[in-house]
Design a protein around this ligand. Structure first.
Ligand code: PEP
Length: 249
């Protein structure tokens, strides 16, 4: 872990029912969480209100996506204003499932990022290479290009957390080794130093995501440039998520 406050986000994706979410919230409410960690969960939109009304204030709530601008005639979309109205402090953007399953591109994601920040909602800005990119030696190229798209769009770097999530590690059980993750995190920080500023590079938290669980998180957390985690599958289990939250200490 680096010098910034450790940050752990739980991405519940498109999972859960009113009942299963009640149970998860109650497990989270009774978990012992280290005080020096920012903890955030991202329920599906439909359950955000339920979660906000039942979850301890110790844990902040994030949306998993948002529209690119102010709400209006955009059938099926959810605006940043609405997400904020329900009490969300964060929104996850650029997740690999939205890039590669739904087809969002860098420009579209950049617009969302800029608009969310302009409305005072923090962003968890995801990037990450496909397995074929890694095998072709293009990991840095792909990650830098995705990072540059955010950099070109963002009005400021306050309220931004970068999530490095190699696509081959998401939901596959194949976690990056601490060395693989550290190598990319260090390169991203270096990119920020050279292309944004030394201040932004040192203050921006870079978290890792991809098959993080209660058994592998503490080794990853020891690495200098790993400032936290974005957790998918394991965030659906309250006690295991708490173990991950507490893994930096
Ligand atoms: C994610 O969806 O951001 C993620 C990292 O998923 P998982 O932990 O299940 O690999």
């Amino acid at each position: 872990a680096g010098s910034g406050k450790f940050f752990v986000g739980g991405n519940w994706k498109c999972n859960g029912t009113k009942d299963s979410i009640n149970k998860l919230v109650s497990d989270l409410n009774s978990a012992q969480l280290e005080s020096d960690v920012d903890v955030v969960v991202a329920p599906p939109f439909l359950y955000i209100d339920q979660v906000k009304n039942s979850l301890t204030d110790r844990i902040e709530v994030s949306a998993q996506n948002c529209w690119t601008g102010k709400g209006g005639a955009f059938t099926g979309e959810i605006s940043v204003e609405q997400v904020k109205d329900l009490g969300c402090k964060w929104v996850i953007l650029g997740h690999s499932e939205r890039r590669h399953v739904i087809g969002e591109n860098d420009e579209f994601i950049g617009k969302k990022a800029a608009y969310a920040l302009s409305q005072g909602v923090g962003i968890i800005a995801c990037i990450g290479e496909l397995l074929q990119d890694r095998e072709a030696g293009k990991t840095f190229d792909v990650c830098f290009q995705q990072l540059k798209a955010y950099a070109d769009a963002l009005p400021s770097w306050d309220n931004v957390v970068i999530a490095y999530e190699p696509v081959w590690a998401i939901g596959t059980g194949k976690v990056a080794t601490p060395e693989q993750a550290q190598e990319v995190h260090a390169a991203l920080r270096d990119w920020l130093t050279k292309n944004v500023s030394a201040e932004v590079a040192s203050k921006t938290r870079i978290i890792y995501g991809g098959s993080v669980n209660g058994s592998n998180s503490s080794d990853l957390a020891k690495k200098e440039d790993i400032d936290g985690f974005l957790v998918g599958g394991a965030s659906l289990k309250g006690p295991e998520f708490a173990t991950i939250v507490n893994s930096a200490t």
